[in-house]
Design a protein around this ligand. Structure first.
Ligand SMILES: [Zn+2]
Length: 197
């Protein structure tokens, strides 16, 4: 079963941005070094052609990969991490639906109040901020890689009004969807890596 519904290209963008919000949801395995990493690892980036993605540590190990010494993907830093990752995966996989906090809480089996607190502690974002980031990430990806209109993208990624979409986009990316589409590839990555730490 797929844990997180993301394409190779999307995962690749995340590792280029060293985005912490995807840690634990997938792993980057480098065929040439036989090492696997968290998406946020700050080691030198591998060549795209040498990368494959796995969803669990046991898959990486079975395929003959060793854990990276720098990002230590096999070490859990927080006992609640699994619960928060499960919630995050739920948000990623349902980002295009209308989700209320209680849905996620039911999915992971704790109270909404408790979930929100744990999530914020671990991700430094509320579930609402997190899903907004996911939607904007998807939108940014579609703007760069498809010919879909802003409005089509707005609805596809789960916004219900274009004004919310434009506001959120500017909030997360720092420019309008059109400006983003016409900008160079690197802008978004730079913007995001500044916000990671
Ligand atoms: Zn690493």
């Amino acid at each position: 079963m797929k844990i997180v519904n993301m394409s190779f290209e999307e995962k690749w963008n995340k590792i280029m941005e060293c985005d912490r919000s995807y840690d634990g949801l997938f792993y980057t395995a480098v065929k040439t070094t036989k090492i696997y990493c968290r998406p946020s690892c700050r080691s030198r980036k591998p060549k795209k052609i040498n990368v494959e993605f796995y969803e669990t540590i046991s898959e990486c190990v079975t395929a003959g990969y060793r854990a990276c010494k720098r990002c230590q993907p096999e070490v859990e830093h927080n006992p609640h991490t699994n619960l928060v990752r499960k919630a995050a995966a739920y948000l990623i996989n349902h980002h295009d639906k209308k989700i209320v906090l209680q849905d996620i809480a039911d999915h992971v089996g704790v109270s909404a109040f408790y979930l929100e607190r744990l999530f914020k502690e671990e991700m430094k974002k509320t579930p609402r901020e997190y899903i907004e980031n996911i939607r904007i990430d998807k939108a940014a990806f579609l703007l760069k890689h498809t010919k879909q209109t802003n409005l089509e993208i707005c609805y596809e990624v789960g916004f219900h009004s274009s004004s919310n979409f434009y506001k959120a986009f500017r909030n997360v990316i720092g420019c309008s969807p059109n400006e983003y589409r016409n900008s160079k590839e690197s802008t978004h990555a730079m913007e995001r890596s500044r916000n990671v730490d």
